[in-house]
Design a protein around this ligand. Structure first.
Ligand code: ASP
Length: 490
């Protein structure tokens, strides 16, 4: 019986992996690949151990697994075995990502309908909506301006030589063209009417299926409002049904989050193995773009540190430490998935269970935020625009900079929150400012790691606004956070 204890099973599997690697080497499999298999197998078992053993808080488990993922990815790349990671480890990450996406739409639909239908004051919806949009637009505009400012001070493009510029542009010209083409398709639909029309679903079931998050939010909101007009007696069974379904989906989020350590490990290992496939090229572009990357990261950090903390301190009653502690799981998932949309269920859970935000605010404010509020992305576009302009020997005028703030803010509303979309929006911003759009080729090599970082800020920004709005409406529970079962705690 004792032999079935998890620690023993994991250890036995680990030993089997090592023996397997030794045997494969003896039978002629390249040593490096056999070592890579043993290392990756061992690390995967370690992460499984981390997920199921001990009493560690979930965010520590995720953080530790992320570290293991970094080691695994770098080791595999150095052993020339990035393909093994892509074939065997990365799919586990995709699985986790799909599970997160699976719960996002039902979570928003059920909890928003239940939340709005149980409101006794429906004018609240308009008020919450107004505050939300104002704060989202305001924080995004500040983020873009901060990006422009930090980049203008640091001037990260000034050290790029003509030779490096040509080399980067030619290496990434295909991918740059791809981004330009995609931007062309989005660009035509950025008017106010286009936006409003795109938010109203002609078929709500179609919106759920795609999914079109803003359309889902609008439909859920209207259905909830319609239920309040039916009268309590008639609406009650439906509201209770939606409430229970929402409870069940939240439970599902907790079940999915049990896999977070493994998922995060696999996603990070996949990204790093892929990045490290060609170490010489990585070194070359990494050195050239180091100051650009450092500038983006510095500005992201400053925005989180200065803007969010002061907004939270001034406009909410939630202690800053408590807020950031509660958000760690969502930030780690955002870092590894590079997608605010996929992280949405975790963000909702962290805000509700960790910060204490009421469901009716979180299920309304956060899905809108995941779709239209991208502070990190806007900020990165500010830095990237200055960087690219500098490399092309251009100085941006105040008018151009204001144009960048406006276009980047609008572009973030018009585009979905998926990995890499910031790059497509950047093309639109560059064109508007009169900077050569093919200049995106200059920064493509390091887009993925920066995408990971900016997604963390995007998600933190959504949660900050959600917390402030809930606080201002008195829809926040002061003693939340100690509760078991949130995404933050096992
Ligand atoms: N990946 C980002 C997000 O989902 C968007 C981007 O910056 O590309 O928030």
């Amino acid at each position: 019986m004792n032999l079935l204890r998890p620690r023993i099973v994991l250890l036995a599997l680990f030993v089997l992996f090592v023996i397997g690697a030794a045997i494969s080497t003896a039978f002629g499999v390249e040593t490096e690949r056999a070592v890579a298999v043993a290392v990756l197998g061992g690390l995967t078992l370690l992460v499984i151990g981390l997920s199921i053993l001990g009493r560690m808080a979930m965010h520590w488990r995720i953080l530790a697994s992320m570290g293991v993922g970094v080691v695994g990815g770098i080791a595999a790349a150095n052993l020339g075995s990035a393909d093994i990671v892509a074939d065997t480890v990365a799919p586990m990450g995709k699985l986790f990502l799909n599970l997160l996406k699976m719960v996002a739409v039902p979570l928003v639909l059920f909890s928003l309908v239940a939340g709005v239908a149980s409101l006794n004051d429906t004018s609240k919806v308009g008020r919450i909506g107004g505050k939300t949009i104002l704060l989202y637009l305001g924080t995004t505009a500040v983020a873009i301006a901060l990006g422009l400012l930090v980049a203008s001070v640091v001037r990260p493009g000034s050290s790029i030589t003509e030779e490096t510029r040509q080399s980067l542009l030619s290496q990434f010209s295909d991918k740059a063209q791809e981004a330009i083409d995609k931007a062309g398709a989005v660009e035509g639909q950025m008017g106010v009417w286009d936006f409003l029309i795109s938010v109203v679903p002609t078929n709500p079931f179609g919106a759920l299926a795609v999914p079109e998050m803003l359309q889902v939010v609008l439909f859920a909101l209207l259905l909830g409002l319609a239920l309040t007009r039916l009268g309590a007696a008639k609406a009650e069974p439906v509201v209770t049904l939606f409430q229970r379904l929402s409870d069940a989906v939240i439970e599902l989020v907790h079940m999915v989050m049990k896999l977070a350590p493994l998922g995060v490990f696999a996603l990070i290992a996949g990204v790093l193995a892929d990045l490290g496939k060609d170490p010489e090229k990585l070194e070359e572009v990494g050195t050239a773009l180091l100051s650009y990357m450092a500038t983006v990261l510095l500005a992201l950090f400053l925005h989180g540190l200065l803007v969010y903390t002061s907004l939270l301190a001034a406009l909410s009653k939630v202690p800053i430490r408590k807020f950031f502690r509660a958000m760690v799981p969502a930030q780690l998932v955002a870092l590894s998935t590079s997608s605010s949309a996929a992280t949405l269920p975790v963000t909702i859970d962290c805000c509700e269970k960790g910060v204490g935000v009421d469901e009716e605010v979180s299920s309304f404010v956060l899905p809108i935020g995941a779709t239209i509020n991208m502070d990190g992305t806007g900020l990165y576009q500010g830095v990237a625009a200055v960087f690219i302009a500098t490399v092309y020997g251009m100085d941006l005028t105040l008018g151009q900079q204001l144009g960048i703030v406006l276009t980047a803010a609008l572009a973030s509303i018009g585009t979905a929150a998926v990995p890499g979309v910031g790059l497509i929006m950047l093309v639109i911003v560059l064109k508007q400012a009169g900077i050569p759009a093919e200049g995106v080729g200059l920064i493509l090599a390091v887009d993925r790691p920066l995408d990971m970082a900016r997604t963390v800020l995007n998600v933190t920004g959504d949660a900050t606004v959600c917390t402030i709005v809930a606080s201002s409406e008195g829809l926040i529970e002061a003693d939340a956070g100690a509760e078991e079962g949130s995404a933050g705690e096992p």
